[in-house]
Design a protein around this ligand. Structure first.
Ligand SMILES: CC(C)(COP(=O)(O)OP(=O)(O)OC[C@H]1O[C@@H](n2cnc3c(N)ncnc32)[C@H](O)[C@@H]1OP(=O)(O)O)[C@@H](O)C(=O)NCCC(=O)NCCSC(=O)/C=C/c1ccc(O)cc1
Length: 568
């Protein structure tokens, strides 16, 4: 019997819910909410200790009889197609080349600097195959941001797209380019794949508890930290993702990828998970609105894991400014930042044939913690980001008293599941502040679960700005501002923005006699950070409001900025 034939999702019946726990999944005895979904027998997470992410993903590929005809990836720019059989060979060949040719060993960190490309998943899975540790980065980061991450992660090898090489000149770590350069003499990933023998990769002895990747996140505090994710985290996420593909009847969809694979959202879907369901993905190097529309029409795209700014773009432009046939589209996902009820309702009104589902996840939870499997439920609960996915439990914790709250009561969301990170790299204090002794991840997000177990996020206690779904840490920008000789003090806050979600605004206290302008402050920061972190508005103030303990009172600045905006 195939997985498709025997698969059924199981939601506990109301009768069971009444006796075992409430309809919300809340257990009043423990204060814990449990997922109302179960994986079912075809989606069990492997418990064998001696299995790694790559072996698991390859074991889920289509049967060898179909692997040559089933396309895994299509490069939108060139229309180059890679089938599952070629992908399998490339992963094993590159792993063999990394191990035998370059001496990469278990535990070595490999830093990856590239936009999306059809080589990206091969590189990730080859790194996992040799037991090395993947550390991906955003290629728009500046030279100094990149050098900090390389140092912090302890990378032994860098794999870089040719156009990013100039940022790596003084790094002092061996570098492999992704693609052949016409005039370059460096060895490339493409050549390693071509000339290495996939059968020459020895048994490495990787276990599920070994570290697989280090991804960078600000967590609940300001500084960027390496999130340690293990093979068992990824194997659990792959199983959950495959489950969600079948639960949403998406197994025959053609997906479009423009979300970046260097973040967990893109990595979980397009670097790893969708291969476990035999999906075909059309891949864009980076987002471009018109190219996205052209791709949907040319490849009859059915499914787009997206982010709110893209959903807003579709609502604002299609029909009015841009003509486009989106009739092939069946499902659009939304993650990485809040999707408002208004935008969600408007999208459904404009595109009634498209199912829109919001999910919620963090780098620290190694992807989605909540999701909608039924479009009917998503329609009925447009302000929610779904129910806990299987294996997840949650607590809503009163931030004053520490008690666990029942449905409808707002507090900090804590999560537990096999996908929760091991901790932050070399940062015991941040790890213990974020994961409690019982393994609960404190998300820094405020919200509640309702009577039917749907999660509603209403606020954030972590000091984080979400610009286009990217994290911007105020503390990082404040440190840069304080480096300006005419800045006495500074604080950075989020300001709501229709298109990007939020933009960073800086409040600056100028030194006596200084005539520093808004434009100069913006430029000073822009020279030192990736474009998505730029300060986009500046207010000058005589003193930054602080608590007796010296903590910046950001809420006061936020309401000050709102007053100014409402007067404009
Ligand atoms: C598609 C977006 C929304 C817009 O793209 P964009 O229009 O190119 O804007 P960017 O924000 O990418 O680019 C910012 C700036 O960088 C520039 N840029 C850009 N790429 C370049 C370049 N390759 N060269 C050079 N300049 C460039 C770009 O021109 C621009 O410059 P400027 O106009 O000066 O601001 C893009 O921002 C985007 O993909 N955002 C998503 C980020 C993202 O995936 N975050 C996930 C974090 S992990 C997470 O939250 C997980 C959640 C989750 C939830 C649910 C689940 O089920 C699972 C997981």
């Amino acid at each position: 019997m195939s997985v498709e034939e025997s698969w059924t999702t199981r939601i506990i019946t109301e009768e069971e819910a009444g006796t075992a726990q409430s309809k919300s999944g809340f257990d009043p005895l423990t204060g814990i909410y449990h997922s109302l979904h179960q994986l079912g027998e075809n989606f069990q997470i492997p418990t064998r200790h001696d299995i790694d992410t790559s072996t698991y993903v390859l074991s889920q590929f289509p049967h060898p009889d179909h692997a040559q005809t089933k396309v895994a990836l299509i490069d939108l720019a060139t229309n180059h197609q890679v089938n599952y059989s070629q992908l399998h060979r490339s992963i094993r060949a590159l792993a063999s080349g990394l191990y035998n040719g370059l001496g990469v060993r278990k535990g070595d960190v490999v830093f990856l600097l590239s936009q999306n490309s059809i080589l990206y998943p091969t590189i990730c899975l080859a790194i996992f195959s040799v037991g090395a540790i993947l550390s991906p980065a955003n290629p728009v980061n500046t030279k100094s941001e990149i050098s900090k991450q390389i140092q912090d992660s302890g990378a032994k090898l860098v794999i870089s797209a040719p156009e990013e090489l100039h940022k790596l000149l003084e790094i002092g770590v061996p570098t492999l380019v992704t693609t052949r350069e016409s005039n370059g003499d460096s060895l490339s990933v493409e050549e390693l794949i071509e000339y290495s023998d996939p059968l020459e990769l020895p048994q490495i002895g990787i276990t599920q508890s070994d570290t697989a990747a280090i991804l960078y996140s600000s967590g609940t505090t300001g500084t960027s930290k390496g999130v340690i994710l293990t093979h068992s985290n990824f194997i659990a996420v792959m199983t959950l993702l495959k489950w969600s593909v079948f639960a949403t009847s998406s197994q025959n969809d053609t997906f479009l990828c423009f979300i970046p694979i260097f973040h967990i959202y893109g990595l979980a879907f397009f670097g790893l998970g969708l291969f476990c369901a035999g999906i075909t993905t059309v891949l864009m190097q980076r987002f471009d609105f018109q190219a996205m529309l052209d791709a949907v029409q040319a490849y009859k795209i059915n499914n787009i894991p997206a982010v709110p700014p893209v959903i807003l773009g579709l609502v604002k432009n299609i029909g009015s400014k841009v003509k486009c046939d989106l009739s092939s589209l069946r499902r659009v996902g939304s993650g990485a930042a809040p999707l408002s009820k208004e935008l969600s309702d408007e999208f459904r009104r404009r595109f009634p044939w498209v199912e829109l589902r919001q999910g919620y996840g963090l780098t620290e939870s190694c992807a989605a913690a909540t999701f909608f499997i039924s479009d009917e439920q998503a329609k009925k609960h447009p302000a929610s980001c779904g129910r806990l996915v299987p294996t997840f439990s949650a607590k809503i914790v009163d931030t004053e008293t520490g008690s666990a709250l029942p449905p409808g009561r707002k507090g900090e969301l804590w999560l537990k599941s096999p996908t929760i990170m091991k901790g932050y790299l070399g940062n015991e204090a941040a790890t213990t502040a974020t994961i409690d002794p019982d393994g609960w991840l404190k998300t820094g997000d405020m919200g509640y679960l309702d009577e039917d177990g749907f999660l509603h996020l209403v606020d954030r206690i972590k000091e984080l700005i979400k610009h286009n779904g990217y994290q911007v840490a105020p503390a990082e920008l404040e440190a840069i501002l304080l480096g300006h000789p005419q800045v006495l003090d500074a604080a950075v806050i989020p300001v709501e923005d229709e298109e990007a979600g939020q933009i960073p605004m800086a409040y600056v206290v100028r030194a006596a006699g200084s005539e520093l302008t808004e434009e100069q402050v913006i430029q000073f920061v822009a020279n030192q950070v990736a474009p998505y972190k730029k300060v986009r508005r500046v207010g000058f103030i005589s003193a930054i409001p602080k608590s007796a303990a010296g903590k910046i009172l950001r809420k006061e600045l936020v309401s000050h900025s709102q007053q100014i905006t409402s007067k404009l």
